[in-house]
Design a protein around this ligand. Structure first.
Ligand code: SF4
Length: 434
């Protein structure tokens, strides 16, 4: 029997496309429409890749354990740890993230999300100087000039261009591809740079210089700009500044190519001030290209609960936040954590080697439906239902719009929300009785 499920939300990247059509044949995903290659693989490869149940390391072997045994182990490890680290959260719905923040408070741990290795610097800059942002719907309907700076959406957020920018016809654009201008600023000629109206190739680490030069030109002081700035000719900088000033509505999107290069949050602060400068002449907005599906949600939820968006340390009994000290990479690199709970993320694939080595030395509990590089470091892996397939909840799109994901299958897996709720309740009971 074939069923078509409409308006499914793709849980892969921060675009959270909510127009996916899933074809189910005999209760199995047999077709996907509207998704990009990344999203389609997320749905089509799901069933074949999941762990069947929790697995625990015993010496050199993995053994199957029940969910009850897995929860017992997690309760014991987390309740006895002196410096537990609760990391990941970007693939979890906000309901799970909220339990995670409360759990960290209960056990005096540190709760940090993948933000600290992607757009953490963006948040620091926004805390300093604010953020003239807007929704992706505004961009789609109004923006005639787009800048992608240090981001390559064709490969990382493939439908960003077709839903919101270059190829998106909308209220004021009936032939978007011809009517919108796209400027790409990057150190290498990416796939997105290939389709740009103007490609600005700068030297590695030159973002701050180029942003400062553009601000200076827009202020009317092109005369003091040297002939070349970080590999970009002055004539091109003047042309780009002119395109930006001529825009009726411009939208600058920046990626980890800017946040994770030299200068980090100072680059983003300079980019925000560049947009401020443009707003003296016309209308511009600036937004981060958030990567993981609900990484934005983790910042919202942690802020509601603790006052801080990531890297929240409860070891003092109150929330404390100091990126560079309380961020997951720093805690692991110093060898401080004596237990780790990794939620729906893969630090084994992305963290520096010293951090992975430390994770492999301590009891590490991984919540992930699929085997990953972190599987090789953990002592226990618990597979749960997948958000957007057999679990539902709230996730925040990259522009801060909350979207309800849909559950359209029941594969018999418990949700990470229910599992974490059980762990939290058991530890609370233990602490209450202590
Ligand atoms: S752009 Fe992102 S959210 Fe949209 S279908 Fe592709 S992977 Fe999924």
């Amino acid at each position: 029997m074939v069923d078509n499920i409409r308006h499914v939300v793709c849980p892969y990247c921060g675009c959270l496309c909510d127009d996916i059509l899933i074809e189910l044949t005999d209760r199995k995903i047999s077709g996907v429409e509207n998704a990009c290659t990344l999203g389609a693989h997320k749905f089509l490869d799901d069933a074949g890749n999941r762990l069947k149940g929790p697995i625990m390391r015993k010496g050199d072997q993995w053994i199957d354990v029940s969910y009850e045994e897995a929860i017992d182990y997690a309760v014991q490890i987390l309740s006895e740890a002196d410096r537990p680290l609760l990391y990941g959260w970007s693939g979890c719905v906000t309901e799970t993230q909220a339990i995670g923040a409360h759990l960290a408070e209960l056990i005096g741990g540190v709760v940090d999300s993948t933000t600290s290795v992607c757009h953490g610097p963006s948040i620091l800059a926004i805390q300093e100087v604010g953020h003239p942002g807007c929704t992706l719907g505004q961009v789609k309907n109004r923006a005639d000039t787009i800048i992608y700076w240090g981001s390559n959406p064709i490969e990382a957020h493939p439908r960003h261009l077709s839903r919101y920018t270059n190829y998106a016809d909308a209220y004021f654009f009936h032939n978007a591809f011809r009517e919108r201008k796209v400027i790409v600023v990057d150190v290498r000629k990416t796939a997105t740079a290939e389709i740009a109206t103007e490609y600005v190739q700068l030297e590695q680490g030159g973002d701050y210089h180029v942003l400062s030069a553009l601000r200076t030109i827009i202020r009317g002081r092109a005369d003091i700009i040297p002939d070349m700035v970080a590999g970009v000719p002055k004539s091109q900088l003047i042309r780009v500044a002119d395109i930006c000033k001529q825009a009726k509505f411009g939208a600058l999107f920046f990626g980890v190519g800017v946040t994770m290069t030299g200068g980090k949050y100072k680059n983003i602060r300079n980019a925000i001030e560049f947009v401020d400068e443009l707003n003296r002449h016309t209308k511009w907005t600036i937004s981060p290209m958030r990567g993981h599906s609900n990484v934005y949600g983790s910042n919202e939820v942690f802020t509601w609960i603790s006052g801080y968006p990531f890297a929240v340390d409860y070891s003092r009994g109150i929330a404390f936040y100091n990126p560079g000290e309380t961020t997951a990479v720093d805690i692991l690199a110093r060898g401080e954590a004596d237990a780790a709970l990794i939620m729906a993320s893969d630090p084994g694939a992305h963290f520096p080697r010293v951090c992975s080595e430390h994770l492999a030395k301590i009891p590490t509990i991984l919540f992930d439906p699929y085997p990953s590089a972190t599987t090789h470091l953990c002592t226990l892996q618990i597979p749960s239902a997948v958000n957007g397939i057999d679990a539902e909840g709230t996730a925040y799109r990259m522009d801060g719009i909350p979207i309800r994901t849909r559950k359209f299958l029941d594969n018999g897996y418990p949700t990470d929300t229910s599992l974490l709720e059980q762990i939290y309740s058991r530890i609370k009971e233990l602490k209450g009785n202590a």
